[in-house]
Design a binder for this molecule. Structure first.
Ligand SMILES: Nc1ncnc2c1ncn2[C@@H]1O[C@H](COP(=O)(O)OP(=O)(O)O)[C@@H](O)[C@H]1O
Ligand SMILES: [Mg+2]
Length: 463
């Protein structure tokens, strides 16, 4: 499909600025992997003598390409953090493709609001920044559920913004109309035992039945099996084209209760959770970081300041937060109360004094610790101890499996399995661009672990 007129003129309008600033080689990597640029085309552009010439050639080519290419170019800019430039293109993103279904104007129509609030989908947080590239990826996967049932899994570490993202992805007119005319139904799961799970499913069934016009007065299902059957009936017969959002799933047995051949979006820290369910599975990883400018935007919104009016500490604070939306928001909320404390919080972050920061706030600062503690808690005992050994890793150091094999005195194969488990549970990160793979902890995880181990030592000493 040829490039839409609006998109073409936007490219023409912005051409000069784009040519000045973009680094085509980075952008083209993404575009080739999206399949909108051939390797030959990339090569031809790369052989241009200067960066500027390459940019000119890329834009020339883009103007002759289609909507998909424009969208891919836009996404590549978002990925490479050319936020201002991406904004220039955002307004004219073509709409024909599923990927393009994220125009802001589409998000908050009264119809969308009504459907989401009926389904219990949480509102945006008061301070909210868009993450178009990620939202777009989730929506694109959701579109694949249009034709057949299946699962979209959003996974990542605690506080990386999964729940906010899942709700945001659903906030879209086109998606609701085309894929999920049966509505969106949100269920917060968390760590549950069987009786809790039964109550959750009972409530969901109740909600679904209530929304139907028929005055069906069904007996409340009393056992888990009955509840599952009831839900299966409702999803298959009454809500065949609805989306169920299961937020924060921990346990594959819980997930199995929802293995009903329906359409599900779930958030989890554990990537391998869907291994045991049937049907198509699409995954989106929320890597830990918000990009720096988004972090700045959050601070600006909390403190009611313009971006360029933020004090010089702002950027360092965002960096210290390592892009965790949760932590940036926590600091933002504190600064809102105490606007003169920028240098103080920066120092606290630099000295890793999360505890002190937490204590000075009414905000739910334990969120991150709790989330981390809970993730570690569910590991088998022996693996938990091994995980705690990772405190020996230095900040920003990445190690191959071999090093851990020495540390733990285990066979390499066994180490591989354990590392895979940690990675799947978002407790550890892997850099797979390297061979051998390199493993590392998020700074916050390392701080948490060190604090845990220190507390344990001091508790033991005091005893
Ligand atoms: N897009 C966003 N804009 C602003 N703040 C965000 C955004 N995403 C996440 N946050 C902040 O981070 C916190 C944690 O996000 P959440 O989605 O609950 O993480 P997760 O589900 O991965 O644990 C939120 O409560 C909010 O304060
Ligand atoms: Mg969550």
């Amino acid at each position: 499909m040829a490039l839409e007129e609006g998109a073409r003129s936007c490219l023409l309008r912005s051409r000069h600025r784009l040519e000045q600033d973009i680094k085509p080689s980075y952008l083209m990597d993404h575009m080739v992997s999206d399949g909108v640029l051939t390797v030959d085309e990339e090569e031809r552009i790369r052989t241009q003598p200067t960066r500027k010439d390459q940019a000119v050639a890329l834009l020339e080519l883009l103007l002759r390409k289609d909507n998909r290419a424009y969208i891919s170019f836009y996404n590549a800019m978002v990925k490479e953090a050319y936020n201002d430039l991406a904004n220039l293109l955002h307004r004219d993103l073509p709409r024909v493709l599923p990927e393009a279904h994220f125009r802001l104007s589409d998000c908050c129509t009264p119809h969308v609001q009504a459907v989401l609030s009926e389904g219990g989908v949480p509102q945006r947080p008061v301070v909210f920044v868009s993450r178009p590239e990620l939202v777009n990826r989730v929506r694109e996967k959701l579109y694949r559920l249009q034709k057949e049932p299946g699962w979209v899994t959003v996974f990542g570490m605690a506080g990386s913004g999964k729940s906010v993202l899942a709700a945001e992805a659903a906030r879209h007119h086109g998606l609701l109309e085309e894929c999920f005319p049966g509505g969106i139904h949100w269920l917060s799961i968390g760590q549950l035992d069987k009786p809790d799970l039964l109550v959750k499913i009972q409530l969901l069934c109740f909600r679904l039945e209530q929304s139907l016009d028929s005055q069906s007065l069904h007996r409340t299902p009393n056992t888990l099996d009955e509840a599952k059957e009831r839900l299966r009936f409702l999803m298959l017969r009454r809500y065949p084209r609805a989306l169920l959002i299961l937020d924060d799933i921990w346990d594959s047995t819980v997930l199995k209760a929802f293995d009903l051949h329906c359409r599900i979006l779930l958030t989890t820290r554990n990537r391998s959770l869907t291994n045991s369910v049937s049907g198509a599975i699409y995954e989106v990883e929320v890597e830990s970081g918000l990009d720096e400018n988004k972090g700045m935007e959050i601070l600006a919104l909390y403190t009611n300041t313009k971006l360029h009016g933020l004090p010089e500490e702002a950027r360092s604070i965002v960096r210290e937060c390592k892009g965790s939306p949760l932590v940036v928001s926590l600091i933002g909320a504190l600064l809102k109360e105490k606007p003169n404390r920028w240098p103080y919080y920066l120092r606290q972050l630099q000295q890793k004094q999360f505890k002190r920061i937490r204590k000075s706030s009414s905000y739910d600062y334990d969120a991150l610790d709790q989330a981390m503690a809970a993730s570690i808690e569910v590991l088998p005992d022996e693996h938990r101890e091994l995980y705690k050994d990772l405190t020996v890793l230095e900040k920003d150091i990445r190690v191959p499996a071999k090093v851990l094999s020495v540390l733990w005195e285990l066979e390499p194969e066994e180490v591989e399995d354990i590392l895979e488990e940690f990675v799947n549970k978002s407790l550890l990160f892997v850099d797979s661009h390297n061979k051998p793979y390199l493993y590392y902890l998020h700074d916050l995880q390392l701080d948490f672990l060190v604090e845990c181990v220190m507390c344990k030592i001091s508790a033991a000493v005091l005893r």
